[in-house]
Write a new protein. Structure first.
Length: 243
């Protein structure tokens, strides 16, 4: 059993920025003085090591795994266990065993938050997580496009039917704010509000698109002082108030 608050970051489909949001939310919670870990449960599509620019493997102690630390956050991912960028070709039962491995065989210690970066959709990993980590709460990530929100609703309904609390919806890539004043709704608008209304939960945040910084080694991480960073800090405060 994980010793701390558990928050699963879920989505209905890929490409909505769920993994980058998991990382930035973890960093924002850390800025609030919380101890945080990220468990990358996107077994087939792991990306957390790449986002955090981690190029080393975890060590072991007495048969247990010592999680990698990056930016002060403890991390475990399937990406640490495969050679180079080899694909994972597994059937369902192996996925459940990996969830158990990441939660029971890693020396996490007692932390304030465990962020679970979930794979998109309502497949085997989501089902196993709901059964094996019943204490987890969830946020659903979507983009402003109503088609994305339509797909994301399925993930929210699955969580609710599994007796897991959905604490809210986060709309990612809501708008582009190049000059800090004028908002450009590149991917449409309203999807997050529609999804939150359908699931009867709060719309926790509408996150802007960050203008890429070419000099950054970790471009997916929100730059301090930017509108995106401020929104993540606000989101972290809201989430912390719900635990």
């Amino acid at each position: 059993m994980l010793k701390g608050n558990v928050l699963a970051v879920t989505s209905g489909k890929g490409g909505v920025g769920k993994s980058s949001m998991s990382v930035n939310l973890a960093l924002a919670l850390q800025e609030l003085g919380k101890s945080v870990a990220i468990i990358d449960l996107d077994i087939y599509g792991f990306s957390i090591p790449k986002i955090l620019d981690i190029d080393y493997k975890p060590k072991t102690f007495n048969g247990k795994i010592i999680p990698v630390e990056s930016h002060g956050i403890k991390v475990m991912s399937m990406g640490f266990l495969v050679k180079d960028n080899e694909p994972i070709v597994w059937r369902g039962p192996m996925l459940g065993k990996m969830i158990q491995h990441f939660t029971e065989d890693v020396l996490w210690g007692e932390l304030d938050y465990f962020i679970l970066d979930m794979p998109p959709g309502t497949g085997d990993v989501a089902l196993d997580m709901h059964l094996m980590i019943p204490e987890s709460k969830e946020i659903i990530v979507t983009t402003p496009h109503k088609a994305a929100a339509f797909v994301a609703e399925r993930a929210g309904v699955m969580a609710i039917k599994s007796k897991h609390e959905v604490i809210g919806v986060v709309e990612n890539m809501s708008y582009f704010l190049p000059d800090g004043v004028q908002k450009y709704f590149i991917f449409g608008s309203g999807g997050g509000e529609v999804l939150a209304d359908q699931l009867h939960v709060d719309l926790l945040a509408q996150l802007p698109i960050q203008e890429p910084a070419e000099s950054s080694e970790t471009p997916a991480i929100a730059i301090g002082g930017t509108p995106l960073h401020r929104e993540y800090m606000n989101l972290a405060k809201v989430i912390d108030s719900k635990f």
